[in-house]
Write a protein that binds this ligand. Structure first.
Ligand code: DX5
Ligand code: ZN
Length: 226
């Protein structure tokens, strides 16, 4: 399983060093949580394309960078994130009118397309788009901040996507990745691996004052039996 850090609990004045530390610990995928102060329930603002470009310049082209757009107008401003250098744009299906159109636009720019669902959103909203999605993200917290508790009731939805993606691959279709995001820690990461998740976002479980990123990542790998 790929573990990718969300940087929401990092010290934003130290982000370059945090990126260096994560990469030195073996991280090769960074998850960037973009919130516009409007879309998430607690009206958080995090950062936008300017910071993402700085992060891309710092980490170089070998590191895979995604952005999780928790914004009201992803259909209007998705291109800023592609221009900032992300490899994958993950948009919320609840905030997009023309899902296939956005996927096609992203692909036309050579960017991967991912769809993310809030806990309350049913899998059926994006099953029809699975053949063209590079990634599906199941939220296991209500988007808005790091450090929330994991919602184990996301098991059924996650397993539904696992089965649909496996059937798609067996039929020669796209190898859509399955990602989970929110509240994942060493104590529950084996559980989400059992659900068939391939990529887990870990924020406060990796970036915290209890240990270094390397120490926290080692704990997660131990829990996975890696
Ligand atoms: C929440 C974000 C998540 C979050 C993960 O809105 O999308 O990426 O930062 O952080 P933890 O792992 O601390 O829940
Ligand atoms: Zn996220």
């Amino acid at each position: 399983m790929i573990i990718t850090p969300s940087i929401l609990t990092a010290n934003f004045c130290e982000l370059g060093n945090t990126m260096d530390e994560a990469i030195a610990a073996g991280i090769d995928w960074i998850h960037l949580d973009v919130m516009d102060g409007n879309w998430v329930v607690n009206r958080t603002i995090t950062f936008g394309p300017a910071l993402i470009k700085s992060i891309r310049d710092r980490v170089g082209s070998e590191i895979f960078v995604d952005c999780h757009l928790m914004v009201t107008n992803a259909e209007e401003n998705w291109e800023q994130y592609v221009d900032a250098g992300v490899d994958l744009v993950i948009f919320h299906v609840e905030a997009v009118e023309d899902i296939q159109g956005l996927i096609d636009n992203l692909h036309a720019r050579g960017c991967q397309a991912g769809a993310v669902l809030n806990p309350a959103t049913d899998a059926s909203t994006i099953l029809p788009y699975l053949p063209s999605l590079d990634l599906v993200l199941v939220m296991s917290v209500v988007p808005g901040k790091g450090g929330q508790s994991f919602m184990s009731e996301m098991e059924e939805k996650t397993r539904t996507f696992r089965a649909a993606i496996d059937a798609q691959i067996d039929a020669g279709g796209r190898t859509t990745k399955l990602m989970i995001d929110g509240g994942v820690k060493a104590h529950n990461v084996a559980q989400v691996a059992d659900w068939g998740v391939e990529v887990a976002v870990v924020g406060s479980g990796l970036i915290n004052d209890k240990g270094t990123i390397a120490e926290n990542l080692a704990e997660i790998h131990t829990a996975l039996g890696a």
